[in-house]
Design a protein around this ligand. Structure first.
Ligand code: PLP
Length: 405
């Protein structure tokens, strides 16, 4: 091979492959070798897509809706998205103020790649969803990680935000409810962050609301462009059907923001994918315009599972799990077992060692917190049936009880 044939784009060369996908690959390899693994690593609901949504997709195929749509998405879906943003979020949005992309991920990617230049900075509160820093880097910009520990509920504070902003700051990324911690920002917390942002008109805000419908107890959902309407002209509010309607494989996300930004994102998308799948757009239309009982039902199921997980994890010596207010993740500290050895003799020096040993020795897959920018933690996705969750927690407890000094 020519010496420089495999030379990569410089931005890609420094990016990491998704840690969650890497673990899913390891699980697949162990399963292929015959192991029975309970995987708490995947970030997707275990429910089936609602039947009326699947029917709408089949009907779309039969009706011949199998061609390219407009790059920014077909108009009826964009109208439904505008109605969703108005009705559920209180945003003043017309259909022209929306864009449909191939998953929520591509909304974010389009926005970042359309706006970032070398040396620009993007503030990413940690723990963060694994893809944010990598997407920033792929765009040639610099992720500025702001650590937000358990002492601040894993949430960005106004002081920490103010300290992180520089003249080079281009974006702040907010994610509530959060992957990986399940933390949910209150209206007052968002208003306090908005106060800081109002002093810095050069900063754009990306609000990742993909877990909007999964909030529990008294934690209501709020989005910053509605809490602080003066920020709306520089906020991209992103959402999608993946988590709310158990539609991860359909790949439909959407967003609303200032027209100049949406036009730039459309330009990127027009050269990249030409737009989201026509069939999936029809399915998403049925989801947004259809009954909402699926959302209520899945929220109730996730809340029960959360309660089970948190209590079982907190009964496990060495683990400590704060109660997450949303999403379907528990983020448990494993600091209490670091420095110890497993029954098979593996030294647990880091949370990555813990996740690796849990997979190898307890047959339970979780993701280490440091992959999300904060250790020593493990992220546990409770998107599985109750019996499997119970068995997984028992296996984790047994693993911890069998550790040696
Ligand atoms: N944002 C967060 C915080 C996520 O956890 C995910 C998926 O895991 C996404 C965005 C991407 O969603 P989608 O599957 O619609 O691309």
């Amino acid at each position: 091979m020519q010496p420089d044939l495999a030379r990569l784009n410089v931005n890609l060369a420094s990016a990491q492959a998704s840690a969650t996908y890497k673990i899913m690959d390891r699980v697949a390899a162990r399963r292929a070798a015959g192991a029975r693994i309970i995987s708490l690593s995947a970030g997707e609901p275990d429910f089936d897509t609602p039947a009326h949504v699947c029917d709408a997709a089949i009907e779309a195929i039969r009706a011949g809706h199998t061609r390219y749509t407009q790059v920014a998405g077909m108009r009826p879906l964009r109208e439904a998205i505008a109605a969703k943003f108005q009705g559920e979020n209180g945003l003043d949005v017309g259909w022209q103020d929306t864009i449909v992309c191939t998953g929520g991920k591509q909304v974010i990617y389009n926005a970042l790649s359309a706006t970032l230049n070398a040396g620009d900075e993007v503030i990413v509160p940690a723990p963060y969803w694994v893809s944010y820093p990598e997407m920033v880097q792929l765009s040639g910009a610099v992720p500025v990680i702001v650590s937000c520990g358990a002492d601040v509920g894993f949430k960005l504070t106004p002081d920490a935000l103010a300290r992180a902003i520089t003249p080079r700051t281009r974006w702040l990324i907010l994610n509530s409810p959060s992957n990986p911690t399940g933390a949910v920002y209150t209206r007052d917390e968002l208003a306090a962050l908005a106060e800081v942002l109002l002093d810095h008109p050069h900063v754009l805000v990306l609000s990742d609301d993909i877990y909007e419908h999964l909030t529990f107890d008294s934690a209501g959902f709020h989005t910053i462009a509605a809490v602080a309407p003066r920020l709306a002209s520089r906020t991209l509010t992103m959402n999608g059907v993946s988590k709310a309607y158990a539609m991860t494989g359909w790949r439909i996300g959407f967003g609303t923001g200032p027209r100049w930004l949406l036009e730039a994102m459309e330009k990127v998308q027009g050269q990249q994918t030409s737009g989201a799948s026509s069939i999936s757009q029809h399915a998403a239309l049925a989801a947004l315009n259809g009954p909402k009982d699926f959302i209520r039902g899945s929220r109730a199921v996730f809340k029960e599972r959360r309660n089970l997980m948190v209590s079982m994890l907190n009964e496990t010596p060495g683990l400590a799990c704060p109660v997450p207010a949303g999403a379907f993740y528990a983020f448990a500290s494993c600091g209490g077992i670091l420095g110890r050895r497993t029954a098979a003799g593996t030294l647990l020096a880091t949370d990555e060692d813990v996740a690796g040993a849990l997979l190898d020795e307890a047959n339970v897959a979780v993701v280490h917190g440091s992959a999300f920018g904060l250790g020593p933690y493990i992220r546990i996705a409770y998107a599985l049936d109750t019996e499997s969750l119970r068995q997984a927690c028992q296996a984790i407890r047994q693993f911890c009880l069998s550790l040696k000094d």
